[in-house]
Write a protein that binds this ligand. Structure first.
Ligand code: NAD
Ligand code: UFG
Length: 343
């Protein structure tokens, strides 16, 4: 580390949130090394990041479960901190392939942590999720809410990894561990050069909306209109991915300051229903989004939104982009890249 500039290993740095975070880190002056096996991302994203920041992106292709490669990486690079995005994230797939999720997410994290321990690297920021709260008893959600029962193997991997990291930090106070519980990241970099590029049919609402708007899919299915919410559709706390990325830069500062254990919600604090998001998208872009009401999706909860005052007070971070901006940026990305990176 030199003068506040950190050398950061970003696992999963070619992915949706990772790529936006690499941009934010480079713009803040940090040196970044991306480690990714590209199982859910494209190499092209690295060129796009370079176009945005004007800086080369150092990267190593590899799997976090490959201990030899991880050891070599830490032996050859002086890493101050790790931001750990790498993992599988599709909820329905995790129900069908639980072994793959526990192996990749939990096994992969253990492999990473062992390599870090061998190298003496004790700083880590982890991508957790609001899913660890399960179906919360009240709203908004603060970090001191008890964790709930995640509804699927994916959610359980996030909760387990949190517990592993908490135990490791408790056993050795030299560790600085920040658990960031993301709410619903959407949107894209304002350049339209990087964004969310799901493989196949999207699982999440915003990429589904943009693919309907661009004509790649005929209509959106709204999963349930009988939830306990004002209009009956599910309410979530959507956060612009660039705001989320800035949250990681703030967390890195906390790590440098020797924060010990820090757990933070990253959201906006605002709940938006599915129908409200469709309206906001249509207003921001002028595109119609045809939809039909369909049955509830198993495992979905009525409403989830965050109290983010802890991140504001302790990290000096707050989300600034509103829902219209999220929609406009998601649409700019989708229009410029109708087939994702591999067009
Ligand atoms: P993503 O799939 O776009 O990015 C994950 C990246 O990790 C991909 O580039 C993938 O190729 C890589 N990867 C996966 N397994 C790997 C392995 N074993 N070794 C090396 N690289 C590997 O996903 P994202 O949306 O950017 O999410 C990043 C992180 O944030 C994930 O851990 C995810 O669970 C978490 N998260 C995401 C959301 C969301 O809504 N997107 C919400 C909460 C938490
Ligand atoms: N929805 C639809 N139609 C779709 C997709 C989603 O109506 O085609 C609805 C869902 O029922 C839900 C809302 O839109 O009410 C948001 O759904 P997403 O799939 O976009 O997001 P989730 O809140 O279900 O899940 C996301 C991430 C998970 C993470 C969770 C934490 O995908 O990884 O947030 O809250 F665990």
């Amino acid at each position: 580390m030199r003068g506040g500039i950190m050398h950061v290993l970003v696992t999963g740095g070619a992915g949706y949130i990772g790529s936006h975070t690499v941009v934010a880190l480079q713009e803040a002056g940090h040196d970044v090394l991306v480690y990714d096996n590209f199982c859910n991302s494209s190499r092209i994203v690295l060129d796009r990041i370079e176009q945005i920041t004007g800086r080369i992106v150092d990267f190593i292709e590899g799997d976090i479960r490959d201990r030899q490669k991880m050891d070599a990486l830490f032996a050859e690079h002086d890493i101050d901190a790790v931001i750990h995005f790498a993992g599988l994230k599709a909820v329905a797939e995790s129900v069908e392939k639980p072994y793959e999720y526990y192996d990749n997410n939990v096994g992969g994290t253990l492999s990473l942590l062992d390599a870090m321990r061998t190298a003496g690297c004790t700083n880590i920021i982890f991508s957790s999720s609001a899913t660890v709260y399960g179906n919360p008893a009240k709203l908004p959600i603060t970090e001191d809410f008890p964790k709930g029962a995640p509804a699927n193997p994916y959610g359980r991997t996030k909760s387990m990894i949190e517990d592993i990291l908490i135990d490791i930090q408790a056993a050795d106070p030299a560790y600085n561990v920040v658990l960031l519980r993301y709410f619903n990241p959407i949107g894209a970099h304002e350049s339209g050069l990087i964004g969310e590029a799901p493989q196949g049919r999207p699982n999440n609402l915003m990429p589904y909306i943009t693919q309907v708007a661009v004509g790649a899919l005929p209509e959106l299915g709204v999963f349930g209109d009988d939830y306990d919410t004002p209009d009956g559709t599910g309410v979530r706390d959507y956060i612009h991915v660039v705001d989320l990325a800035r949250g990681h830069v703030a967390a890195l500062q906390a790590v440098e300051d020797g924060c010990g254990l820090g757990i933070y919600n990253l959201g906006t604090g605002n709940g938006t229903s599915v129908l409200e998001l469709i309206d906001a998208f249509e207003a921001a872009t002028g595109q119609k989004v045809p939809y039909t009401i369909q049955p509830r999706r198993p495992g979905d909860v009525d409403a989830l939104y965050a109290d983010c005052s802890k991140a504001q007070a302790e990290l000096g971070w707050t989300a600034v982009c509103d829902i219209e901006r999220m929609c406009a940026d998601a649409w700019r990305w989708q229009q410029a890249n109708p087939h994702g990176y591999e067009a």
